[in-house]
Write a protein that binds this ligand. Structure first.
Ligand SMILES: Cc1cc2nc3c(=O)[nH]c(=O)nc-3n(C[C@H](O)[C@H](O)[C@H](O)COP(=O)(O)OP(=O)(O)OC[C@H]3O[C@@H](n4cnc5c(N)ncnc54)[C@H](O)[C@@H]3O)c2cc1C
Length: 396
């Protein structure tokens, strides 16, 4: 019986499961151990809210936690787990026992290879506050990495009249996610907002001289800025799980209900978890906000004794705000398949749909078009559901 649930990590996945446990009627003890001292906050606003606003959007308040009977232990990192003893070790030497452990320790920014004053990464609230402060005084920003976070910060900086250059080693950076045709639209979007792009080139060297940061690129050019943001991906916070053998390079592998493989009383949710997906038969990790929310609800229902909870098989989803584009991306893009694109000019909106060989929708992207977003999501969910049931039929 789960009378004492311990949640390691108090960000969106960890706080959402703490709340959901109570919503589903769980009456046992709920303790959250979070490494940071800050009251838990949401991450998407860190790269979106205007430069002069406070990016700290709380996920829970102290009084809410008290009302829900959720014990928040901030500034207390989990150092190790000993599954044989059902205990975790905290970094202050304390040992805490659990009936069920939920792993929600997410990821951190991949560190900058250049440790120079004025060079930053963006993952947590301290990073966001420092970067905002810089963007109010900085005139020239270099962003290394044109993924979601790099592109959102470019938009944020342009809104504050900062000159922006983005460098990425890929010739069409967003093509990794949306393919060449749509990827070129993202390049055009940056240009339309006055951003200089240097794509298909690598950073060779970075030095600080005369109050500026000089960045040498592989095409021989040099960029001189006062601030640099390095947005080159994330690394999982799994070191504390190593001794217990609970994680590999793919994160914490779980079954389709979120139970860590081989451990009935340990679950993993959010960025750190790789759940088995019934529709594909493979383990996959989805580093996006909605996934953490959905997995938290699924595991909370199970821990609260809702035994009829179906296996969780999400439609991968991420949104992003870049300049005047609100982007919604769903599902998967089959390799080598061109999307069917429909767009309207005034106001601009676009929907792109990817289909598999049998004409079923596997994924898509909608820009500024909420109705098409809903339609896309429903089509992909229906396809996943039919594939999951045919997998069951074959394996039964
Ligand atoms: C700037 C930014 C913008 C984003 N924008 C979007 C967006 O627009 N749309 C979208 O879908 N997704 C977005 N994301 C991704 C989304 O925020 C993540 O998918 C989500 O935060 C993952 O939540 P999580 O709780 O799994 O992990 P995390 O948010 O990584 O939180 C993990 C928590 O665990 C704590 N922790 C780590 N190790 C330990 C330990 N040993 N002991 C105790 N605590 C520990 C950390 O301090 C942290 O608070 C964005 C992310 C960032 C950084």
């Amino acid at each position: 019986m789960n009378t004492r649930v311990i949640i390691a990590g108090g960000s969106v996945a960890g706080i959402r499961i703490a709340k959901a446990l109570r919503q589903f009627g769980f009456t046992g003890r709920v303790q959250v151990f979070e490494a940071e001292h800050e009251l838990p906050y949401d991450k998407p606003p860190l790269s979106k809210l205007a430069v002069d606003s406070d990016p700290h959007v709380p996920l829970i308040t102290r009084s809410e936690a008290q009302d829900l009977g959720v014990e928040l232990h901030l500034g207390r990192a989990v150092a190790a787990v000993r599954p044989g003893d059902d205990e975790i070790d905290l970094d202050d030497g304390a040992v805490v026992g659990y009936d069920h452990l939920v792993i929600a320790t997410g990821a951190r920014a991949r560190p900058s290879p250049w440790t120079i004053d004025g060079v930053y990464v963006l993952r947590g609230i301290d990073d966001a506050r420092t970067l905002r402060e810089r963007l109010t005084t900085s005139r020239r920003l270099l962003i290394i990495g044109a993924g979601f976070i790099g592109s959102e910060v470019a938009a944020l900086a342009r809104a504050n009249d900062v000159e922006v250059t983005i460098v990425d080693s890929a010739p069409i950076p967003m093509a990794r996610v949306v393919g060449d045709e749509l990827g070129r639209r993202f390049v055009d979007l940056h240009h339309a907002h006055g951003v200089t792009t240097k794509f298909g080139v690598a950073v060779q060297d970075m030095t600080r001289a005369d109050g500026s940061i000089r960045t040498l690129l592989s095409d021989g050019s040099e960029i001189c800025t006062d601030t640099v943001l390095v947005g080159i991906g994330a690394s999982l916070n799994t070191e504390w799980l190593a001794a217990a053998g609970l994680a590999d390079a793919e994160g914490v592998r779980c079954d389709e209900y979120g139970r860590a493989l081989g451990h009935a009383n340990i679950s993993a949710i959010g960025d750190v978890s790789a759940w088995l997906r019934p529709s594909t038969g493979t383990h996959s990790r989805i580093e996006h906000w909605t996934n953490g929310i959905e997995q938290a609800a699924a595991v909370a229902a199970r821990l609260a004794g809702k035994d009829d909870t179906p296996p969780h098989d999400p439609v991968a989803y991420v949104w992003s705000d870049q300049y005047d584009w609100r982007i919604h991306l769903f599902g998967t893009r089959p390799a080598g398949v061109d999307p069917e694109v429909t767009e309207e000019a005034d106001p601009f909106r676009l929907v792109a749909v990817w289909k598999d060989g049998s004409g079923e929708v596997t994924g898509g992207m909608a820009v500024n078009w909420p109705r098409e977003s809903v339609r896309l999501r429903k089509s992909i969910a229906a396809r996943n559901a039919s594939r999951a049931s045919s997998t069951e039929a074959v394996t039964a």
